[in-house]
Design a protein around this ligand. Structure first.
Ligand SMILES: Cc1cc2nc3c(=O)[nH]c(=O)nc-3n(C[C@H](O)[C@H](O)[C@H](O)COP(=O)(O)OP(=O)(O)OC[C@H]3O[C@@H](n4cnc5c(N)ncnc54)[C@H](O)[C@@H]3O)c2cc1C
Length: 329
């Protein structure tokens, strides 16, 4: 079977990997018009943990998502012979008094999450706020991880086609899977997606843990550098380093003043459902076309789990294997 995967980000690579895991005889061609990781995936700051966003409700399938992601991170690290992440944990600081009860409940229910009093947090990270320590939180080195994951796909038989997938390419393939991030709404405007551009800053700073509060900090592959994030804007125009710095530091400096040297920034476009609902989107668009999108800010959490789910549905030609909440609506 000939399968085209369009897009070399987290979604496209995880789907390619899982398809080939299930059937090595598939002919997988990965179309990438720029380079692997050119989209939002290459811009990701790399925080991976189960306590993203509003913590009142547990996230859909976060446990499964993180287990699949961890497996791929480890395999990619073996393939490329470099670390793809650091598992030092993530500190999530309390920003509002009303969060205290929720955070304490999390610590009671999850033995891998610990309550840190204000003084203890200050002694560990220099921020005088109570916090939770998510001991199983990761900082993923997105660029290295993407390269490692692509190496795995290649070893299993995937081929890179370095061009824009266009109408002339459809006929050759039995199946086409669009994992093309911000380009998908141009091809399928009816999918009800919204795009938001975001930036993260690269700075000189040694960090022991990932940190989340008003904005966030994540570790990079270089122990002397970290990322500070992030912006999120409906205006998709690129902005200058100075503008990105002002936007991001105006957030983080409110709770954690950093005198760090800013070295540069990464920018990418996140895809969300226009309804504001946080479920990613996987679906069949016609008898041979499928899509995988709307990963929002949770690309790392969901790409592995949903890549495996999509691979199963595609190979069995059974869209009903995909839960309704992930569908196209
Ligand atoms: C600033 C920022 C920080 C983030 N931080 C985090 C984080 O810490 N943790 C986390 O989990 N998530 C984070 N995210 C979100 C995460 O990056 C996204 O959810 C994820 O990258 C989406 O992956 P994707 O594969 O769907 O799309 P993309 O990564 O955008 O990949 C799409 C690819 O398709 C290619 N393409 C498009 N059209 C075509 C075509 N016609 N032919 C060939 N190729 C094509 C593009 O070049 C691109 O490489 C962040 C996002 C941003 C912007």
């Amino acid at each position: 079977m000939r399968i085209a995967i369009v897009g070399g980000g987290f979604a496209g690579l995880a789907t390619s990997y899982h398809l080939l895991e299930k059937d090595r005889s598939l002919q997988i061609k990965l179309f990438e018009k720029n380079r692997i990781g050119a989209g939002a995936s290459g811009a990701a700051a790399g925080l991976l943990h189960g306590y993203v966003g509003n913590l009142e409700q547990p996230h859909w399938k976060e446990y499964e998502g993180i287990q699949f992601a961890k497996k791929l991170l480890k395999l990619a690290a073996q393939a490329i012979g470099k670390d793809t992440y650091i598992a030092n944990g993530v500190v999530r600081c309390i920003m509002h008094q009303k969060e205290i009860q929720t955070f304490k409940k999390i610590c009671q229910n999850d033995p891998s999450v610990f309550w840190w009093e204000e003084k203890y947090t200050a002694s560990r990270i220099g921020i005088a706020k109570p916090s939770i320590f998510i001991s199983e939180g990761f900082s993923v080195y997105s660029d290295i991880y993407l390269q490692g994951l692509w190496l795995l796909c290649q070893r299993n038989g995937a081929e890179l086609v370095s061009k824009d997938f266009g109408p002339e390419d459809y006929a050759y393939f039995d199946i086409v899977i669009f994992c093309c991030g911000a380009e998908l709404p141009k091809l399928y405007p009816n999918l009800k997606l919204v795009l938001k551009r975001g930036e993260v800053l690269l700075c000189e700073k040694q960090l022991k843990y990932g940190i989340i509060g008003n904005g966030y900090f994540s570790l990079s592959a270089d122990p002397n550098l970290c990322y500070i994030g992030s912006t999120s804007r409906e205006n998709l125009e690129e902005i200058s380093l100075e503008e990105a710095t002002n936007l991001i530091l105006s957030k983080t400096n409110v709770w954690f003043r950093t005198n760090t040297k800013i070295l540069g920034y990464k920018s990418g476009i996140r895809v969300h459902r226009s309804s504001g609902i946080l479920y990613p989107m996987i679906g069949q668009l016609d008898h041979k076309i499928w899509c995988f999108t709307a990963l929002g800010s949770r690309g790392l959490m969901y790409h592995g789990y949903l890549g495996a789910m999509l691979a199963r549905a595609v190979l069995h030609q059974k869209p009903e294997l995909i839960p309704n909440e992930l569908g196209i609506y």
